[in-house]
Design a protein around this ligand. Structure first.
Ligand code: ZN
Length: 133
């Protein structure tokens, strides 16, 4: 008896296999080897066949999330210091509350991608910060 993909919902059949799966979280990715489960050939969704596979996938997702958070925190802290802004001044530019920036830099909150993008741009063109004040 076949299993059908619950994501695709169009009768796509899942295939039981053990294969290496690429996991991506906010721009960070890694390969989790030998994931045993029912794989969807269309969307890549997986129904895990054992707890070990599902545990290893979740560990990878959490590790990538932590890595992305640390990367974003470092980008923001670096750019902010280069712009000679306090965390409070940086938060005034991006919104989200007066302590939003210190929370981003400590990895306690995930900034919106627009915040990261703004500070990447300002890091390259620091003179533009005057336009925002
Ligand atoms: Zn699917």
């Amino acid at each position: 008896m076949g299993k059908f993909c619950l994501q695709c919902q169009d009768g796509t059949k899942l295939k039981l296999a053990t294969k290496d799966v690429t996991v991506e979280v906010r721009g960070e990715s890694c390969i989790v080897p030998k994931v045993k489960g029912w794989h969807c050939p269309a969307c890549g969704d997986i129904e895990y066949a054992d707890k070990d596979s599902s545990d290893r996938m979740w560990e990878a997702v959490e590790a990538l999330g932590a890595k992305a958070k640390a990367r974003d925190a470092a980008i923001l802290a670096h750019a902010r210091k280069r712009l000679k802004l306090t965390q409070k001044q940086a938060a005034e530019l991006t919104g989200g509350g007066h302590n939003a920036f210190s929370r981003y830099e400590r990895g306690e909150a995930v900034p919106m991608r627009a915040v990261i993008n703004l500070f990447k741009l300002l890091d390259k063109h620091p003179e533009l910060v005057k336009e925002l004040a």
